[in-house]
Design a binder for this molecule. Sequence first.
Ligand SMILES: [Zn+2]
Length: 273
Amino acid sequence: MPELPEVEVTKRGVSQVLLGHKITDVFVGEKPLRQPLSPDLQQLRGATVQKLERRGKYIIVFTDKGSMIIHLGMTGHLQIIKSSEPRVLHDHFELMLDSGMSVRYNDTRRFGLVLFIPLGVDPYSNKLLAELGPEPLDDAFTADVLLSRLKKRSCTIKQTLMNSHVVVGVGNIYASEVLFLSHINPTRLARDISLEEAQLLVKNIKEVLTASIASGGTTIRDFEGADGKPGYFVQNLKVYGHAEEPCKECGTPIEHITQGGRSTYFCPHCQPR
Ligand SMILES: [Zn+2]
């Protein structure tokens, strides 16, 4: 599943072909994604792309004829391709541009989303975006902000970090990595985290996500960068996917447990209860 770094890398990739360009044609497939694709997306024909932003794992495309909210779901990709290339199976949406290039949305499992927001409506007022927690890379995301949100939660710290109402963009892989780097056991309760630990968490969340964006995302399973090249951060994962291998810090075998149906990896020595 694409996580925040992959989405940021994708946004930067497609920005290069979209920004300042005119949308000459729009293809809207008939199969529904998480929600049906609205025929209103055709209103973007003739629009000029003005700005792209990311909020959590959503990409927002602003044009002079309305905006779009895009989510990649489990298996979605935005591909940069010549408009003349034939579409293939699972291509559900396409913006054709005056440059002869296209941005195509391909999604095998169709859990993604492409929403049209009419001109004059702020996409950030959409329920999907309005209820999101703070952006982890914003300066406003501090230990105090995180701690105040953790104090209200009776769930484990691992599951709480993955809750997008607490902070956006800390997916399953990053939650394990950040907790390892912070020497915090994933089964501890969120409300028991101290200010010092929250400081470590904030520092490590920012570092891990920044490093991953710099290296192009994690590329576990389906993800490819917008330019089709895989990311390389996966090689730097310290605990995720390393069950029973020696901890890189102390040599103790890494343990694997399941929390809320998701895999968690940790070192029982470096991250004591
Ligand atoms: Zn260890």
